[in-house]
Design a protein around this ligand. Sequence first.
Ligand code: THU
Length: 160
Amino acid sequence: MKEVKIESFLQVYESFDELPEHVKSLMQEAMKARERAYAPYSNFSVGAAVLLENDEVVTGNNQENASYPSGLCAERTAIYYAGSQFPDVKIMRMALTAGSRKKQTVAPIPPCGACRQAIAEYEVKQEAPIEIYFMGETGKVVKSDSLANLLPLVFDKSFL
Ligand code: THU
């Protein structure tokens, strides 16, 4: 038996203001998308903006449902739309922002496990990393150079 250590490297920006300009504009798109979230059950709104290699920006937000599990997270709403509209265009970057309508969210909110798996599919498909930036409504912004940092031991097509 031997132990295996898994390490991930992330960058942390002190606030939105510290982001590079091109990332700010993508995050602003995510913020606008968050405002349009349909989240009457959780009151937790999430916005996602996806930048494609052809400079298209695709946004999405969480869409809830009275039958709770039928709802979908913002990240998957956005990335599935990107995949359906631009199947051969690389995904460069995603900006994510989340916040409760009941209290201000300061902590950076990472994508859930199911969304990480969904994003990983596209990273594997395009054989190039997808940068992820995530934040709450305000506060620190975390950057990951690749989805892979957020999902070690990914399950992908190589096992099938
Ligand atoms: N949600 C997202 O949109 N993305 C995530 O990564 C985590 C959770 C949504 C799902 C649900 O509508 C609400 O946030 C509360 O879980």
